[in-house]
Design a protein around this ligand. Structure first.
Ligand code: ADP
Ligand code: MG
Length: 359
């Protein structure tokens, strides 16, 4: 049984007499113990989806299940999930210990048990020895860990985190990403993580649901999403991609041959009916492209262009190459010290890639 299920969930808000469809029919199943992310641009319905899992919003349509049980009309405090917000909402007049113990005290848990559980969880979030500090005496990252401890001390079966690192600067955010992943592994509970930051989702998650305008465009492991984006939106939102378009010259079985410039030949995997004269669009990741100053021979896609920019990045280089039709292609060259070519601005170059690396 999945830990969390959304079954065709819709959420409509009425605002100034107008109906806003924030979530337009989302179905997903999150596995127990999984680090699961909802990723997408601002306004795509991530927070609304999360709030329906927590019970802070009632779906207009559809069913929410936790561990197989329909909880659609169960209030938040009766659901076995806890939510951590971007604004940590710590009690400023209480120290770390009191902040973390607060929920347990309110539930009249025995004092000895509170002592034990708070001590244990402060260890997990690496705040042992900081029990007497007040929120304002701590860094943003430490405050975030207090907020996390306060949620985890209740031992929920799932923790929902809505852009929890949004207020931190880049360096601290990256450190906390690693820390959060470690904490999740240590406590072994399901994490549902909301973020608009693709890098964050890709590094932390077991699986990601990419949301676009109230719908899930793709639900898969990070690598799959990066290498096989299901839609043009996902391809554009995740990483850097190159979009090529060409006219079909001929079709050989499941491969279309596209004509671009005179010396160009693009092999495109095709599904369904494609015939000569059709226009096809194709996406290629910058790191899948090989750049050379001599025409390469072989059964792969080749296009010719002119280098318009070279950026040296230390261990890798990035090139901008303009094709015959004016399209600009980005190429990443990893391990630059190993590579044989260093093209300069203005050089004529060939770009090649294996057909299975385009989609
Ligand atoms: P995200 O978290 O991905 O940025 P949200 O779930 O917060 O997106 O919002 C999705 C859409 O629903 C947005 O267009 C937002 O303006 C709208 N929305 C969210 N909450 C409300 C509300 N309480 N009343 C009216 N519209 C809302
Ligand atoms: Mg949000």
């Amino acid at each position: 049984t999945p830990a969390i299920e959304l079954d065709n969930v819709v959420k409509e808000y009425t605002s100034h007499g107008e109906v806003v469809r924030a979530v337009k029919g989302v179905s997903l199943a999150i596995t127990e113990g999984e680090f699961f992310s909802l990723l997408g641009p601002s306004g795509c319905g991530k927070t609304t989806s999360m709030r329906m899992i927590a019970g802070f919003e009632d779906p207009t349509q559809g069913v929410v299940r936790l561990h197989g049980q329909d909880v659609t009309s169960v209030p938040p405090n009766k659901r076995d999930v806890n939510m951590v917000f971007q604004s940590y909402a710590l009690f400023p007049h209480m120290n770390v210990w009191e902040n973390v113990a607060f929920g347990l005290k309110r539930k009249s848990v025995e004092t000895a048990e509170i002592q034990r559980r708070v001590g244990e969880i402060l260890e997990v979030v690496d705040l042992t020895g900081r029990e007497k500090r007040r929120p304002k005496e701590m860094s943003g990252g430490q405050q975030q860990r207090v907020a996390l401890a306060r949620a985890l001390v209740n031992r929920p079966r799932a923790l929902l985190l809505d852009e929890p690192l949004g207020a931190l600067d880049l360096k601290l955010r990256q450190a906390m990403q690693i820390e959060l992943k470690r904490i999740q592994r240590d406590v072994g509970i399901t994490f549902v993580y909301v973020t608009h930051d693709q890098g964050e989702a890709l590094t932390m998650s077991d699986r990601i649901a990419v949301m676009n305008d109230g719908l899930v465009d793709q639900l898969a492991a990070p690598r799959e999403i990066y290498e096989r984006p299901a839609t043009k939106f996902v391809a554009g939102f995740i990483g850097t991609s190159n979009l090529l378009s060409g006219t079909v010259d001929k079709v050989n079985g499941s491969t279309a041959v596209l004509a671009l410039g005179a010396a160009d030949r693009i092999l495109a995997p095709v599904e369904g009916a494609v015939s000569a004269g059709d226009t096809l669009e194709l996406t290629v990741r910058p790191e899948k492209i090989t750049i050379s100053t001599e025409q390469p021979e072989g059964d792969f896609s080749v296009v010719q262009g002119t280098v318009s920019e070279v950026v040296y990045l230390g261990t890798s280089n990035s090139y901008a190459v303009v094709l015959a039709d004016g399209a600009e292609i980005t190429v990443f060259q990893q391990n630059a010290h190993d590579s044989t070519i260093t093209a300069e601005r203005g050089d004529a170059v060939w770009l090649s890639w294996q057909p299975q690396h385009s989609y």
